[in-house]
Design a binder for this molecule. Structure first.
Ligand SMILES: NC(=O)c1ccc[n+]([C@@H]2O[C@H](COP(=O)([O-])OP(=O)(O)OC[C@H]3O[C@@H](n4cnc5c(N)ncnc54)[C@H](OP(=O)(O)O)[C@@H]3O)[C@@H](O)[C@H]2O)c1
Length: 277
């Protein structure tokens, strides 16, 4: 099969974590993909990821290319768009996977709380939206019967679950001040904002035949929240995080169209995982 007949899947933040595992899951399947491994900064990390991909499924007919993309940089988005447009002319699936939880940077004195909130909003909301906006025309240029757009959200961002007051993970503190620190507060707020971004994209693309999904992949043992400089951060394993390959398999099912019946307006949620995370 030549490269032009493969399903082109662009995954942001695919040098590690859920993004890389999703690419691995695609490589392990019989369908043939051309996966664009989004990576910010040093592209050597994407090249190492591609090496891992090939090692994990040596018989795969899928291909992968590294793509430099920092979703908080307009220049990086424009440059990535130009490269993908020139080389492929379209994409079939866009996976908005890049995301950040930067609270450990406040604990380490590297950011003020305001900088942390603003930067998380920049990555998880503004950057995700502006990246999507730039690449939407390439998705509309897809010849696939159903182009797909995925947003990776979190069960922690559910307004319904928080507001109904029944979740054991949200207990009310006693009256008085100070209140205890709320874990993952800015992360949850920014992911709630991203949920609106995704829902708006679903509305905008509804008549274009694009299936849009909001996916909560479960609590996964990745580098999320870990400080890239000090290595410190939440111990997700101790919180019960599962192998990211499990969430990745679910994302790959969505990419393959196995969940199209649950595209917007119904969100795709792994209910068992959402209850934990
Ligand atoms: N882990 C979980 O339990 C969990 C649960 C629900 C949802 N999610 C979501 O799943 C997605 C993947 O997270 P993960 O768990 O795999 O965490 P991860 O291991 O920290 O991976 C996050 C990826 O996003 C990239 N990224 C961060 N900021 C970026 C930017 N400005 N531009 C481009 N890429 C950027 C990171 O790049 P660097 O390597 O350069 O930092 C990394 O490749 C996120 O959206 C996260 O919110 C995770």
């Amino acid at each position: 099969m030549d490269s032009s007949s493969k399903t082109v899947v662009l995954i942001t933040g695919a040098n590690t974590g859920l993004g890389l595992e999703t690419a691995k899951s695609l490589f392990a399947r019989p369908e043939s993909y051309h996966v664009l491994i989004g990576c910010r900064g040093d592209l050597e990390r994407a090249k190492t990821a591609i090496f891992e991909l090939r090692e994990s499924s040596p018989a795969s007919t899928s291909l992968a290319d590294a793509l430099s993309i920092d979703i908080t940089s307009d220049e990086s988005i424009a440059s990535a768009f130009q490269q993908v447009q020139e080389k492929y002319g379209h994409i079939d699936v866009l996976v908005n996977n890049a995301g950040a939880d930067l609270e450990s940077a406040v604990a380490a004195g590297q950011m003020t709380p305001r900088e942390c909130w603003n930067e998380m909003y920049n990555v998880n909301v503004t950057g995700t939206h502006l990246f999507t906006s730039a690449f939407a025309p390439l998705l509309l240029a897809s010849k696939a019967s159903t182009p797909r757009m995925l947003f990776i959200t979190s069960g922690l961002s559910s307004l319904t679950e928080l507001a109904n007051g029944e979740s054991p993970r949200y207990t009310n503190p006693p009256a008085g001040w100070p209140k205890p620190i709320v874990p993952f507060f800015p992360y949850r707020v920014s992911k709630s904002g991203m949920n609106m971004v995704a829902t708006e994209w679903a509305r905008l693309l509804r008549k274009d035949g694009v299936c849009v999904f909001l996916i909560s992949p479960g609590l996964l043992n990745t580098g999320l929240g870990s400080n890239r400089k000090t290595g410190q951060g939440p111990n997700l394993g101790a919180l019960g995080a599962i192998d990211p390959a499990i969430g990745a398999g679910f994302c790959a099912d969505v990419i393959e169209g196995k969940r199209d019946g649950q595209a917007w307006p119904t969100n795709v949620l792994r209910k068992d995982a959402v209850q934990q995370w």
